[in-house]
Write a protein that binds this ligand. Structure first.
Ligand SMILES: Cc1cc2nc3c(=O)[nH]c(=O)nc-3n(C[C@H](O)[C@H](O)[C@H](O)COP(=O)(O)OP(=O)(O)OC[C@H]3O[C@@H](n4cnc5c(N)ncnc54)[C@H](O)[C@@H]3O)c2cc1C
Ligand code: FES
Length: 277
C-alpha cells in the first residue's frame, strides 16, 4: 500500500509504445527504465505525468490493474502538456506519480451486479480500465452492456480492441453510436443519451457514466426517466488538479477534494456538493 509521501514522489517512466487512436487521441504505454509497471492501481485511479520544463497533467490510467506489466494512458491533445506528449516517440522519458483518487468499487458494490457502462469520446479512458478488469474477473459480475458514442467513427477511442475483443465476449453487449451519418458506418447514429433511452435498459443494473459534463447530465436525466435511481449510477469528475492528494486546494468543491474524495462519485453524492459546481 502506497503512503501519501510515496505517491507524491515522481518516478522515472519511459514511453515504450504510442498508438494513434483518433485524430486527437493517442494511447501511451509507460514503464519504469527497468521495464516494470511504475506502481499498482485500481480501476478509475489516475496518475500525474510530468515533463520537466514543460508541465504536468493528470490522466486516468486506462489499462486494467490486471495488467501487471505496464500502464497505458489515452490522451487527448488540447494544450501545453498534451501537445508535447503527442509529439513524443517511443523511448522518451517522462516522470510519473500516483496512483490518485477513489477508484470504482469493483470489489464491493459492483460485485455480482449486471453492469451498464456508458461513455462519450475520451470518457472511455477511465472506463476501459474497469471494463477490462471486469472482463478479466468475469465470474464476479453479471451481464455487461457498453454504450459508447463519439462524434464520428474516426473519433471512437480503442475501436480495434472494442471490435476485436469486447464484441466477441459472451454476455458482453456493445452498443456503438456516432453523432452523424458517415460513409462506411452502418451502426447506430445519434447522441448517447437518446440511444440509452432507445435501448431502454432494465433498472436492475449498476451504471457507470463517463464523458463530457453535458453528456453526463443528459445521460443521467435519461437514466432517471428509465427508472434508475441516482444511487445506482456512478460517474467521474475532472477538475484541474495539482497535488492529487487533497493538500493544495486546487480541486475542491466545498469540503470535498475531487482528487481525493473522487474522481469517482455515486451520482446521489453529487447532490450534496455546493451549487458552485
Ligand atoms: C482526474 C482526471 C482524469 C483525467 N483523465 C484524462 C484522460 O484519461 N485523458 C485525457 O486526455 N485527459 C484527461 N484529463 C484531462 C487532462 O488532465 C487535461 O486535458 C490536461 O491537464 C491538459 O493539460 P495541457 O497542459 O495539455 O493543457 P492546458 O494548456 O493546461 O489547457 C488546455 C485547455 O484545456 C483546459 N483544461 C485543462 N485541464 C482541464 C481539466 N482537468 N478539466 C477541464 N478543462 C481542462 C484548459 O482550461 C484549457 O482550455 C483528466 C483530468 C483529471 C482531473
Ligand atoms: S489537486 Fe491538490 S487538493 Fe486536489
Amino acid at each position: 500500500m502506497n503512503t501519501v509521501n510515496d505517491t507524491l514522489i515522481p518516478v522515472l517512466g519511459v514511453i515504450t509504445d504510442v498508438r494513434i487512436d483518433t485524430p486527437d487521441v493517442k494511447t501511451f504505454r509507460v514503464v519504469t527504465p527497468d521495464g516494470k509497471k511504475a506502481f499498482d492501481h485500481k480501476p478509475g485511479q489516475c496518475a500525474m505525468l510530468s515533463i520537466p520544463g514543460v508541465g504536468e497533467a493528470m490522466f486516468s490510467i486506462t489499462s486494467s490493474p490486471t495488467n501487471t506489466e505496464f500502464m497505458e494512458f489515452s490522451i487527448k491533445k488540447c494544450g501545453c502538456v498534451t501537445d508535447w506528449l503527442h509529439q513524443a516517440e517511443a523511448g522518451q522519458q517522462i516522470t510519473i506519480r500516483g496512483p490518485y483518487g477513489r477508484p470504482f468499487p469493483v470489489d464491493t458494490e459492483f460485485k455480482g451486479k449486471d453492469l451498464l457502462f456508458i461513455a462519450g469520446g475520451i470518457g472511455l479512458a477511465p472506463l476501459r480500465s474497469v471494463i477490462n478488469y471486469c472482463r478479466d474477473n468475469r465470474a464476479d459480475y453479471g451481464t455487461i452492456d457498453i454504450v459508447y458514442g463519439s462524434r464520428s467513427m474516426d473519433d471512437l477511442v480503442d475501436y480495434k480492441e472494442i471490435v476485436d475483443e469486447w464484441t466477441k465476449d459472451t454476455d458482453v453487449h456493445v452498443h456503438l453510436t456516432i453523432d452523424r451519418e458517415q460513409q462506411g458506418w452502418d451502426g447506430h447514429v445519434g447522441f448517447v443519451p437518446s440511444y440509452v433511452k432507445e435501448l431502454g435498459f432494465d433498472t436492475n443494473k449498476t451504471a457507470i457514466i463517463c464523458g463530457p459534463p453535458i453528456m453526463i447530465k443528459f445521460t443521467l436525466d435519461a437514466m432517471i426517466e428509465l427508472g434508475f435511481d441516482k444511487t445506482q449510477v456512478y460517474t467521474t469528475m475532472e477538475l484541474r488538479m495539482k497535488c492529487g492528494v487533497g493538500k493544495c486546494g486546487r480541486c475542491n468543491i466545498g469540503a470535498k477534494y475531487v482528487c481525493k474524495d473522487g474522481p469517482v462519485f455515486r451520482c446521489d453524492e453529487l447532490d450534496e456538493l455546493p451549487d458552485e459546481y
